[in-house]
Design a protein around this ligand. Structure first.
Ligand SMILES: [Zn+2]
Length: 115
């Protein structure tokens, strides 16, 4: 993983990585390569206020057959998450600024770090 800014990192292979405050995990946008299901996104090239297109749909298994899976359906535009109404998490229908990546990403993967 290569940190591009406090908001954006680049994983391998060519997956741009951001933090989702709703799911509380990293989400990946595949820009230069094809991800699962041959999904591919465009990126505006902005490392601080990124826009990826089209929308991202993530399904996270609850790991419990008695609980439904979590669905996260969002746009990331100019550094703002736009969570659509069909999300099953608490941020459905809200716009939330893209938070900084968690410390474990920033501290351990920063390029040219003195640490
Ligand atoms: Zn999410």
């Amino acid at each position: 993983m290569r940190v591009l800014s406090n908001k954006l990192a680049e994983g391998l292979p060519d997956a741009h990585v951001v933090w989702c405050p709703a799911c509380k995990i990293l989400h990946k946008f595949y820009v230069n390569s094809f991800g699962l299901n041959k999904a591919r996104w465009t990126w505006n090239g902005d490392i601080n206020r990124p826009t990826f297109s089209p929308s991202l749909i993530i399904t996270i298994s609850s790991g419990d057959k008695n609980k439904s899976d979590i669905r996260c359906h969002s746009f990331l535009k100019n550094g703002i998450w736009e969570y659509l109404n069909d999300c099953t998490h608490e941020m459905a229908g809200k716009k939330v600024p893209l938070p900084d990546l968690p410390d474990w990403v920033l501290k351990h993967h920063r390029v040219n770090s003195d640490a």
